[in-house]
Each structure stands twice: as C-alpha cells, then as structure tokens.
Design a protein around this ligand. Structure first.
Ligand code: AMP
Ligand code: ZN
Length: 466
C-alpha cells in the first residue's frame, strides 16, 4: 500500500488518486535565468523517482512541470544584458533539459512556459476580482488574504489576529495594500515597458504565484492528485497557489502535497543567493559521472536533508562503478544450465522488500540497502558456482524492475548486445548439435562482422570484442 507524507495534513496517508488508476501531478519547475544547481536537481530527481514509482505501481501518469520564464530576476537580468526575455531564457531552458537527460531523469509529459499562459492567468485574476478575493490598488492587483480564512492551512502558520504584524520581511509595496501580507497577482507596468501584457484590469505582468495556478488547472483540472516542489516553496508560493485556485473555484486544489527537503553544503542550504552552489555542469567538468550525482542525491529519502560533500560524491562514484561491474559480471559470466530454487525465493524477497521500502513514503535509502544485500547474495552465489542460467534470467528481470524506478544501471554497448549475442550463440550450439555446420559457420561469420569473436572453452562458448 503506497503511502506519502502529505504536507497538507502533516500525516502519512494511503495514496488514493481521484480516478482509480490515473494520477495527475504538478511540479514547480525551474526559473530559467541561469544554469540549475545540484540543489535544484535534488528536488527534480525526487520528482523523477516519484513519477517512475507511480508508473511502477501501475498508474497512468500525467505530469506537468512548468518553466518559469518570467519573474523579477529574469526581467532584471535581460535588462542588464540588453536582450529580450526569450533570448535570455531559451539557452537556459535547453540546458535544463540536457542536464535532466544526463541525470537520467524522465521528462514530464507536459512542460508549459509561463509566458505562453498569460491569458489563463488573466482569467483567474478576473474571477478573483469578480468574487471579492482580489482588489486593485494604484494599478496593481492584490489577493485579499482576509477573504480566505483557510490561508495558512499548508504551512500551518497562524495568521489570525496579526495578519499585518509579525517580524517577517514586508515587501516594498506594503503601503499600496490593504494588508501587508496580501500578495501581488498582477503588477502594474508602464506603457513603454517591453515586459507587459494588456488586461481589463490594466497593463501589467503576473506576480510570482499565479502562473502555477493557471498552468496546473489548465492541464490537470481544478482538483489534482499530487503537487510537488522544494520545501522552500511551501510558503508563501504553495500557500498562495491554494488561495488563488480555491478562491477561484471553491474546490480543493490538491489532494497530496509532497515537499523535497534541502540539499545543504557546509550545513547551509545550497542556493544561488548564498553563492555556495555548484551547477551540474561544474561538477561534470570535474570529471564526475552524472549517475554518481544521481545516486548521491537520491540516496537519502526526499523528506530528509542531505549535506553535500565531495567525499560523499566520490563514494557514490565508487558505488556506481561497483553496480556497473556487478551488472556486467552477471550478464557475462558463464553459467551452467539449470536453476537454483533458493534464488527464486531470494529474488522474490528482494522485490518485496524494495516495494515495501518505496511504498513507505519513497524510502530510497532502505530500497538501496535492499539492493546491496541482494547483490551481495548474487555475487556469493556466482563465486560458489551456485547460480544457473535460469536464475540469471530471473535476477536480471528483477534488477530491471528496480532500475525502472532508480535509473542507476545504464546499459553499455557490451550489455545491449549481450542478450542478442547469447541468443545467437545458443542457436549456434543447437546448430552444431544437429550437425548443421553451415548455419553454425554463418553465425560465427555474422558475429565476426559486428566485431565479435567466438571462443570455444571448456565451459562452452565465450565471446569477446575484436
Ligand atoms: P528555482 O529554479 O529557484 O525555482 O528552484 C527549482 C526547484 O529547486 C524548486 O522546487 C526549489 O524548491 C528547489 N530547490 C532550490 N534550492 C534547493 C536546495 N538547496 N535543495 C533542494 N531543492 C532546492
Ligand atoms: Zn510553482
């Protein structure tokens, strides 16, 4: 039974999507004013594990991840460089997909850009103005928090009584607002400002939060199953998304909120503003394997903090190499025909324990411990010549299932070919047994052409690259 920690209820809950076998999930995507850092990628790898595991559990997944291609930082940066927003963001969007690919993360089904959904944002703002959840002041439009008594239900911050007070930072347009905590839905821009859009309620540009409400509801409907993001987005971003959506529709916006904990460095949050970040590109430039970065970032459950060090990364690099060697050894070692029933049982237990760990709020560290224990058992059996061809098939299938979620074993040229090669070698064996030497020679020649030499050994036929 799949269970998640739901930030909304602050409880571990059984996962039950709105429609039986369908999951509609929204993720706050990158702000594309720069290359993403590995802290960002910790959250995106968590999303990847979640999406792969939902599919493993048999759900049909529709996953939307937005691209934030307009915000103050983007506007300032493009003005500083004297280029359009599009010219600034396009290379970073492309880089983001490349980075995600190199970390072996699947891409979401839909990746909408904020600048292409301004019309949808305007519509929601108009509804909020019409039903009293929003008001205008000096040309900008604000959300009236006092009109939404449930405000704070996600972050559990109590606002009653001191809605204007508190020690938190109060933004610069506080004097234009009815209440210091009200947030901007639409910010006034001047006539000749290039980054502006026309709306009934004036020319402006969207506030920080409205884009996610607009894109989530456009592609996934008014109530969605899962919403994810880093923990820093819980307040105010996600609290404001709820206020906007539920204020506009009167319906529950999200059933399960899942938040990824921070990647830290020297026990501080990794962030561009603190200047302590490493982009993925910087780390790859130092010669690290992207799968080692993936392994390290997923090795701690998503709801626990992780402190990044280069020693940990070097450790992950060694582990990835070991996994790779194991995979290769398992596929290529000569095994006698037959079956060791013990291994059928061990493989079942491996898959059962893996699923149990992941069902428990995606406990990736327990799942990896289960994998390492199983690998140890398989290695011992290989060394003791207690593993047979049928065991290999079952074990490989089980590892492939594990890997469909973790994505840490990647096939190399050797491995891609070896199943096909084995089939041909098997066919050649049969041909020889039937004294069909013509076919046997044909297969040898065929393999030679693709660069493979067959060797007859006392254990049977082996192959190697030319
Ligand atoms: P941004 O590009 O700033 O909008 O952030 C993209 C995602 O990365 C968001 O879900 C953030 O919450 C997340 N994020 C930012 N910094 C970290 C960090 N140090 N550790 C984990 N996730 C982070
Ligand atoms: Zn968002």
């Amino acid at each position: 039974m799949l269970r998640f920690h739901n930030t909304l209820t602050n409880e571990i809950e059984e996962f039950q999507p709105l429609n039986d076998k369908e999951v509609r999930m929204y993720t706050c995507g990158p702000t594309v004013w720069n290359f993403a850092h590995i802290g960002n990628f910790r959250t995106f790898i968590f999303d990847d594990i979640l999406r792969r595991y939902l599919k493993f559990k048999g759900y049909n997944l529709l996953h939307v991840m937005n691209i934030t291609d307009v915000d103050d930082r983007i506007i300032n940066e493009s003005a500083k460089r004297n280029i359009t927003i599009d010219a600034l963001t396009t290379p970073f969007i492309n880089a983001f997909w490349e980075d995600l690919d190199s970390l072996n993360c699947e891409r979401p089904e839909i990746a909408p850009r904020a600048t292409e959904h301004i019309g949808e944002m305007i519509k929601i703002i108009q509804t909020l103005l019409d039903n009293g959840h929003a008001y205008q002041s000096e040309g900008s439009t604000y959300y009236r928090i006092s009109s939404f008594p449930e405000y704070g239900k996600l972050s559990k911050i109590k606002f009653e009584g001191n809605i204007t007070g508190g020690s938190e930072r109060v933004d610069t347009d506080k004097y234009k607002k009815e209440n210091a905590r009200d947030f901007a839905l639409w910010k006034l821009v001047h006539e000749n400002d290039p980054t502006g859009w026309d709306a009934n309620f004036g020319r402006g540009r969207p506030g920080w939060h409205i884009e996610c409400s607009a894109m989530a509801m456009k592609y996934l409907g008014e109530t969605i199953d899962i919403h994810t993001g880093g923990i820093d987005l819980q307040f105010p971003h996600h609290e404001n998304e709820i206020a906007q959506c539920e204020g506009a529709t009167g319906k529950l916006f999200v059933k399960y909120w899942l938040h990824g904990e921070f990647l830290k460095i020297n026990n501080e949050k990794m962030s561009k503003s603190l200047g302590n970040e490493f982009t993925l590109r910087e780390i790859l430039g130092k010669g690290f394997n992207p799968l080692a970065i993936r392994y390290l970032l997923l090795s701690v459950p998503f709801d626990k903090q992780l402190n990044f060090t280069f020693e940990n990364l070097s450790g992950a690099e060694i582990t990835i190499k070991r996994l790779h060697d194991f995979y290769q050894r398992l596929r290529e070692t000569y095994l006698c025909d037959g079956i060791n029933f013990d291994f059928q049982e061990k493989t079942k237990i491996f898959l059962r324990d893996f699923e149990e760990a992941m069902d428990n709020n995606l406990n990736t560290s327990v799942a990896l411990a289960v994998l390492h224990k199983f690998i140890c058992e398989v290695n011992t059996a290989i060394s003791q010549e207690a593993l047979y061809t049928k065991d290999r098939t079952i074990i490989l299938e089980a590892i492939d299932k594990f890997n469909s979620v973790f994505g840490i074993f990647v096939e190399t040229k050797n491995e891609i070919l070896s199943t096909e090669i084995e089939t041909l070698i098997e066919e050649r064996k049969i041909a020889r047994r039937n004294r069909n030497f013509a076919r046997s020679d044909e297969i040898r020649a065929l393999l030679y052409e693709v660069g493979i030499i067959l060797e007859d050994t006392k254990h049977g036929v082996k192959w190697k690259w030319k």
